[in-house]
Design a protein around this ligand. Structure first.
Ligand SMILES: Cc1cc2nc3c(=O)[nH]c(=O)nc-3n(C[C@H](O)[C@H](O)[C@H](O)COP(=O)(O)OP(=O)(O)OC[C@H]3O[C@@H](n4cnc5c(N)ncnc54)[C@H](O)[C@@H]3O)c2cc1C
Length: 434
């Protein structure tokens, strides 16, 4: 098979999560061909269930947001932050200011990811294979030119002008090319359950909100993912899991945040305890001869402010836009790769700095920055909410600028930040002036 341009496809995407689907939708809409290879059969479980308002904006721009409404996913209007020391604040998404989306959805990822992957598969030019596992990269003269994968018991090969690593934590290409560096700044692990029979009238806060509860050595999340199902997770030092039974730790940590316990009273376990760890890493090279790395495959640190899906979608889309510039010969691949890397790093590092503010234990129980952020920073609420909602590529948000001024919170090597909101684009400056 050939696309008439000397390879089987214009791009091969490894992985059918949000980043891979976003890339595929964008590239095929521009008339190019994509082979997307996904290891699992969807729907499949995935953690990562709370979305940001900017995530909803990107989904709308990709043409899929209405499908989330049809699925009946819960609407999120706020983020409640509490501490085991009695601290309690709520960020209302609506306090972002005029011209911005003031709400988003919470999602059950199995169905959300399937909905996105199906939307990618519907595009003319897209070939999506599930239960197709990529095992090996094909390289020629220092260029990635294709992959070898197993499908229906057979090993096959396919070639493309670009190979995209959207394989999340697996990092098939990032690891295969030796580009991934493990980080151990936070050393956390997550254990979580889903509870059914949820009755939001028991919620001491606001229906649909994400709750984050911070205590002396970790934090918990509570995210309703269906009208009557809630995901509750505990983030804790990974070292604790080596010493104690995960079930016991989960129960102990839950007790520290009575507002979350109160919300799930009367529920029953719908999905048993599972966990994740070793998820801190980054790559300093995000694109190169014949490849782009998008979403979690390129970086992950911690999920506290629910930006993983957002970053996966926008880096997937941007990588497709940059691929087009290479395919048309409009720009030199090396220039495109450098610009894409700067874009990726600007967004992920801004989010990383927000995360570090939570783990900054210069104040007891809750990070000094986070306390300031919600209480005493002297910065108008709209800037705080904009930051939480996804304003990661700004250079005019004073709260983001404070985070960026904090020494010691660098994540990547030296690079020049690339500003410009991928969601609001040209409107950004006009909106930020409001
Ligand atoms: C504990 C925890 C909580 C989180 N909470 C949130 C949250 O509330 N909100 C949020 O936005 N994000 C959250 N995240 C992050 C979010 O889940 C990820 O950022 C997001 O899923 C990244 O999307 P992706 O497409 O890059 O990768 P993934 O969604 O991981 O998709 C990668 C895909 O690649 C496939 N794959 C892997 N190897 C191969 C192979 N060899 N061949 C073919 N396919 C392969 C996998 O099967 C998978 O489907 C959380 C993460 C963790 C760990």
């Amino acid at each position: 098979m050939s696309n008439g341009r000397g390879t089987d496809y214009d791009a091969i995407v490894i992985g059918g999560g949000p980043s891979g689907s976003s890339y595929t939708i964008t590239l095929t809409k521009a008339g190019y061909t994509v082979l997307l290879l996904e290891r699992d059969k969807f729907p499949r479980f995935h953690i990562g269930e709370s979305l940001l308002p900017y995530t909803a904006d990107v989904l709308e721009q990709l043409g899929v947001l209405h499908k989330l409404g049809e699925e009946g996913f819960p609407i999120k209007l706020g983020l409640e932050l509490s501490g085991s020391d009695g601290f309690l604040r709520r960020a209302a998404l609506g306090d972002i200011g005029d011209g911005y989306r003031k709400w988003t959805y919470q999602v059950e990822r199995a169905d959300f990811d399937k909905l996105l992957l199906d939307s990618a598969a519907e595009q003319p030019g897209a070939t999506v294979l599930e239960e197709a596992k990529v095992g090996r990269l094909i390289q020629e003269d220092g260029r990635v030119t294709g992959v070898e994968y197993t499908y229906q018991g057979e090993t096959r090969g396919a070639s493309a002008r670009y190979v995209i690593d959207a394989s999340g934590r697996a990092g098939v290409l990032a690891r295969g090319l030796g580009l991934r560096t493990s980080d151990a700044n936070l050393k956390m692990a997550a254990v979580y359950k889903h509870f059914g029979n949820l009755d939001e009238s028991r919620n001491p806060g606001y229906e649909g909100d994400t709750q984050i509860g911070v205590h002396e050595n970790g934090w918990l999340w509570a995210i309703p993912i269906r009208k009557d199902v809630i995901s509750v997770g505990a983030m804790m030092p990974a070292s604790l899991l080596r010493e104690f039974r995960p079930e016991d730790l989960y129960a102990q940590h839950l007790k520290r945040l009575p507002r979350i316990e109160e919300r799930i009273e009367g529920t029953n376990v719908y999905r048993e305890l599972s966990g994740e760890q070793n998820f801190e890493y980054h790559a300093n090279t995000l694109a190169g001869p014949g490849f782009f790395i998008i979403g979690d495959a390129g970086c992950f640190s911690d999920p506290v402010f629910s930006a993983g899906v957002y970053l996966a979608l926008v880096t997937g889309r941007r990588a497709a836009e940059e691929t087009i510039k290479c395919l048309t010969g409009e720009e030199r691949e090396a220039d495109v790769a450098e610009r894409y890397g700067a874009f990726f790093k600007t967004g992920y590092e801004t989010y990383y700095r927000l995360i570090r503010a939570v783990y900054d234990n210069r104040a007891p129980v809750m990070g000094r920055f986070i306390q300031q952020m919600f209480r005493e920073s002297g910065i108008h609420e709209k800037w705080r909410v904009r930051t939480l909602n996804g304003d990661f590529w700004t250079d005019t948000n004073p709260f983001v600028n404070r985070l960026r001024a904090e020494p010691g919170w660098d994540l990547f090597g030296k690079y020049d930040r690339l500003y410009g909101c991928p969601v609001h684009g040209e409107r950004q400056r006009e909106l930020q002036a409001r």
